[in-house]
Structures are given as structure tokens and as C-alpha cells.
Design a protein around this ligand. Structure first.
Ligand SMILES: *Cc1c(COP(=O)(O)O)cnc(C)c1O
Length: 392
């Protein structure tokens, strides 16, 4: 049997590797504390579950959904955007429900890229932007995000020969994994840049509601002219503890939304309707969950940041997102350090290198670990003297 060459180009999916290592450790009886994947430990709120149970009893919901989603679902998305960002969208032309943001992000590349076209992708970044690009036959140009430039890409530093072939600029703020933030001013510059060079902007706003210390994230679509060239991906996963239900949405330029719908309607048949009713409940019902979650994550964040600093890691306190991004002492690679933590402390973290070359020298800790497990992990770290890095 011969498989397509594109499969050979896939990086090993980061969390599959890590899950394998954890399983091996646990099989040996280790009590592993994991700060790995960003997957809320808090259950989906009861009012949302109640809606699922009710909707599951209704036979029309047992049948194929429409790819474009229930009209009520698209309306719920539009009304949420209106309330949250003061933006008005046509629910029939500018909104598209997704089987999670990841699905939409992956498929979007098929709408935009011809073989040889370039996608501008943040490094470090969520791996799906570059993987989707590769599946579409495109090439990723990795824009380095660094501490010095506040985790924002330096758009003016992108070479002219890259810009000539670039069709899409991927952005993600609040940023996974660094916790970097973008203000409306940056989004404004991104719109002007994209218009100047004839490209589309895709903004991944999966963490816009996971914020602390009074910070409120803007929507990319609030930037002037963003609707001319842009689309924003959103997710119910992180803010409503709904990762397992797989539901998200895209909002933006009608031509881009229609292109994504056309690709999707040929590949999937939409979100199970009972789950769309959960999403409607999440978006239009009580928003208390968000504040409650954020208070929990903030408390964990503060504990984790304090202990990591005390053992000598350089950490900024993130004002958004589910992660603490920590710089390792000089000489350590992220893979060696993650392996050391697993070996010596039975603690799982994600090596920064998994998010790109610029992630080297960093580790990511997810705050979606239950409080008692966070405390157990921190207990193991407190007072730890990090050894000298291995000689190479
Ligand atoms: C978690 C995550 C997503 C995926 O969201 P789903 O709706 O669960 O598919 C997308 N983008 C980023 C940056 C994420 O961290």
C-alpha cells in the first residue's frame, strides 16, 4: 500500500507523543501530574447539558444537520458578537458554525491557497495553521514572535519575495502558547498590510473570553476595513468548557464565509443539531461560567507563576489564555527539560519547540489541571534546584 507523501510531511502531533509517554509512566505506577494539553477540567455547565438532554429527545435532531447550521445557531452567534463586541453581522451570510475552530482553520487553507502560495504563520503558534497550509499544497512562512516585540509579528520584516506569493496572514490573539496580546491598533495595521499586499487575514480568537485582571480582548473584526479582507475563528471549547462537544464558529467577510461553507459542505455534514442547541444555550444564556472559570484559572496562574519564578524560570504573568509560557535557563532545550521533569518529578509540560522553532528554550504549562493536582505538581517543584543542562 502506498500512502500520499503529504503524510510524511506531518509533524508528529505533539500531544499524541506526550500521551504515549504519560501512559508508559503510569503503567509503571507513577503518579503523573499533567500540565499538558489545554482542555478545561471543569465540566460543561448544567444549563447547557440540560439543553442537550432536551434536544436529544426531539427526533428531527436525530437526522443529518445542514452544514450551514441551524438558522437559530447563526443568529445566536451574531447576537453574541453584537453584545460582546458591538458588531452587527448578517447571520445568513457572515456567520458559519464549525465543528470546532480547529476544523474551520484546517479547511480555510483549502479556500485560499494554490500550490506554491504562501501563508504567513506565527512561530510559535498553534500547529493547525501550517498543517492546513501544507495539506492545501501551500508553503508556510514562519513569522517569529519574540518577547522583545511583545509576541507580535514584525510585518515590515517579511521579505518582498515572500509577500509576492503570500495569500493569507494568520493571527491568534490572545496568543497560544505565549499569552501575547494584540490591541486594535495592531489589528488596524494588519488590515492595512493585508490590503496593500492583496492577502486575507484569518484571526483565531479561541481565547478572547479567557482573560484576567480586567483585560478585555478585542475582536479583529472591530478594526476598520477588517470585514473587507478578514475572517475570525471562534470556539466554545475553552470559555464554556465544551472541548468534547466540538463546536465553534467563523464570522467575517461573506465571500470567505461562503468559500468555507462550500468546502465544508463537500466534506462534512455540519454539527449534530442537539449540540447546536447546546451552543445556542451557551451563547445566549447566562455568561456566569466565564467569570467563574477565569477566577479559577487566575488563581492557578498566580500559584504556578510564583513557583516557576522561585526555581529560576523567567515567566511573564499572562493576562489571557490558559497557559503559562516559561523561559528555561540558558543551555536547556525544551525537549530535554520536559523529559527531565517527567523523569524526575512525574510532571508533564509541553516543550515549546512543538509550537515552532521560536518556541525552543520555553515550556508551556496548561492551567486546565484540577486545583489539587496543580498543588501536588507545585509541591514537587518548590525548592528544586534545576541541574546544569546536558552537555552536547
Ligand atoms: C484550542 C484551540 C483551538 C481549537 O478550538 P476547537 O474549537 O476546540 O477546535 C483553536 N485555536 C487555538 C489557538 C487553540 O488553542
Amino acid at each position: 500500500m502506498r500512502l500520499a507523501k503529504r503524510l510524511d510531511k506531518l509533524p508528529p502531533y505533539l500531544f499524541v507523543e506526550i500521551s504515549r509517554k504519560i501512559a508508559a509512566k503510569r503503567a509503571k505506577g507513577a503518579d503523573v501530574v499533567t500540565f499538558g494539553i489545554g482542555d478545561p477540567d471543569i465540566p460543561t455547565p448544567q444549563h447547557i447539558i440540560a439543553r442537550l438532554i432536551e434536544a436529544s429527545q426531539d427526533p428531527p435532531n436525530h437526522r443529518y444537520p445542514e452544514t450551514e447550521g441551524l438558522p437559530e445557531m447563526r443568529k445566536a452567534v451574531a447576537s453574541w458578537y453584537q453584545r460582546r463586541f458591538g458588531l452587527a453581522f448578517d447571520p445568513d451570510k457572515e456567520v458559519l458554525p464549525l465543528i470546532g475552530a480547529k476544523e474551520g482553520i484546517g479547511h480555510m487553507a483549502l479556500c485560499l491557497l494554490e500550490p506554491g502560495d504562501v501563508a504567513l504563520v506565527p512561530d510559535p503558534g498553534y500547529p493547525v495553521y501550517s498543517v492546513g497550509t501544507m495539506f492545501a499544497g501551500g508553503e508556510s512562512y514562519f513569522m517569529p514572535l519574540t518577547e522583545e516585540n511583545g509576541w507580535l509579528p514584525d510585518l515590515d520584516a517579511i521579505p518582498a519575495q515572500v509577500l509576492r506569493r503570500a495569500r493569507v496572514l494568520w493571527l491568534n490573539y490572545p496568543h497560544n502558547p505565549t499569552g501575547g496580546l494584540a490591541d486594535l491598533d495592531f489589528f488596524q495595521r494588519a488590515v492595512q498590510f493585508a490590503k496593500r499586499h492583496g492577502m486575507v487575514v484569518c484571526h483565531d480568537a479561541a481565547y478572547s473570553e479567557v482573560t484576567f485582571d480586567g483585560y478585555r480582548a478585542p475582536s479583529f473584526l472591530q478594526a476598520e476595513g477588517a470585514m473587507d479582507i478578514g475572517i475570525e475563528f471562534h470556539s466554545l471549547s475553552k470559555c464554556y468548557n465544551m472541548t468534547g462537544w466540538r463546536v465553534g464558529m467563523a464570522v467575517g467577510n461573506a465571500k470567505l464565509i461562503d468559500a468555507l461553507l462550500r468546502v465544508k459542505s463537500n466534506l462534512d455534514s455540519g454539527i449534530p443539531q442537539a449540540i447546536q442547541y447546546m451552543a445556542i444555550e451557551a451563547l445566549t444564556g447566562s455568561q456566569e461560567t466565564i467569570d467563574r472559570n477565569n477566577a479559577i484559572y487566575k488563581r492557578r496562574r498566580d500559584r504556578v507563576v510564583e513557583v516557576l519564578r522561585s526555581i529560576g524560570l523567567a515567566v511573564e504573568t499572562p493576562r489571557a489564555g490558559l497557559y503559562v509560557w516559561a523561559r528555561l535557563p540558558e543551555g536547556w532545550t525544551s525537549a530535554d527539560f520536559a523529559a527531565l521533569l517527567l523523569e524526575e518529578k512525574d510532571i508533564v509540560v509541553t516543550p515549546g519547540r512543538g509550537y515552532g522553532q521560536q518556541g525552543e528554550g520555553y515550556i508551556r504549562l496548561s492551567l486546565t489541571t484540577p486545583d489539587d493536582r496543580v498543588e501536588e505538581g507545585l509541591r514537587r517543584l518548590r525548592g528544586w534546584r534545576i541541574p546544569a543542562p546536558p552537555q552536547r
